[in-house]
Design a binder for this molecule. Structure first.
Ligand code: CUA
Length: 176
């Protein structure tokens, strides 16, 4: 037996074994991936049922009905030094904006969304509420300093998210 024949036989044997190992490992990988797929589908269906269609970005009618009080965009006086306002988030703006509020009064913001999740945040203050369709969140804040504040959206809400900026103008307290 020549060296060349021996080498060739060795290579054939090696390839046979290597291919068998490859087949086994490919088979094991396929089994594991299949189990992962079946398991994932099982738990998704268990949690959400079989969903063949969603309304995507369409507004839930129930949530839309709930936004009715938000049609009134006025700042409402609720006490000697207290006001409230309904703040509606929608793609991609805040209503009302600009909003005038008096300095030194407790302002209660009721916050919801007409469509998708938004984040109601006024930088430089502790105002930070997630705007959720169908749910009204609230936060009360007293602006100690007059000036213009930004309302930013801190929850990614689509293509116009970064431009979803509103204004709150804090009017100076009138001293008599
Ligand atoms: Cu609204 Cu991001």
């Amino acid at each position: 037996m020549s060296d060349i024949t021996a080498q060739s036989e060795f290579e054939d044997a090696f390839h046979e074994v290597a291919e068998r190992h490859e087949r086994v490992w490919v088979f094991i990988a396929m089994v594991l991936l299949s189990l992962l797929l079946i398991g994932t589908l099982f738990f998704v269906v268990l949690d959400y049922g079989v969903v063949v269609k969603t309304d995507g970005y369409q507004t839930n009618p129930a949530a839309a009905a709930m936004t009715a009080p938000f049609a009134d965009t006025a700042l409402v006086r609720t006490g000697p030094d207290a006001y409230s306002v309904h703040m509606l988030a929608h793609m991609w703006a805040w209503t009302p904006s600009p909003l005038h509020v008096p300095q030194g009064a407790a302002i209660t913001f009721y916050v919801t969304s007409a469509d998708v999740l938004h984040g109601f945040q006024v930088p430089g203050t502790t105002v930070n509420v997630t705007a959720v369709p169908g749910i009204i969140g609230s936060v009360t804040y007293t602006f100690g300093h007059a000036g213009t504040y930004n309302i930013i959206c801190n929850e990614y809400c689509g293509i116009g998210h970064q431009n979803m900026i509103g204004r709150i103008i804090v009017d100076p307290e009138k001293r008599l």
